[in-house]
Write a protein that binds this ligand. Structure first.
Ligand code: SF4
Ligand code: SF4
Length: 76
């Protein structure tokens, strides 16, 4: 299986945790995450720079970084 590293590192928004506060939207340097009409943040994956800032600033820990898991797998 071929994995696109860029796509693989895009954070995931956990819908059951996101409150739609918009803090990630303000902080994102790529302006590629925005709160939708359902009050849940959505990432426009094509423009994501994989910086992880959304995960750092999210007070609900609703934006999670899959590459942490990837690093753990590599250590195993
Ligand atoms: S900062 Fe977290 S809780 Fe707030 S809109 Fe972004 S993902 Fe949702
Ligand atoms: S990882 Fe960075 S560029 Fe991608 S959505 Fe989060 S803050 Fe924006």
């Amino acid at each position: 299986m071929v994995v696109n590293p860029k796509t693989f590192m895009i954070p995931e928004i956990l819908k059951d945790k996101c409150t739609g506060c918009g803090i990630c939207e303000e902080a994102c340097p790529g302006k590629c995450i925005a709160v939708g009409s359902d009050d849940i943040a959505v990432i426009e994956e094509f423009y994501c720079e994989n910086c992880g800032i959304c995960a750092e600033v999210c007070p609900e820990k609703a934006a999670v970084l899959p590459w942490h898991s990837w690093q753990q797998w590599n250590k195993a």
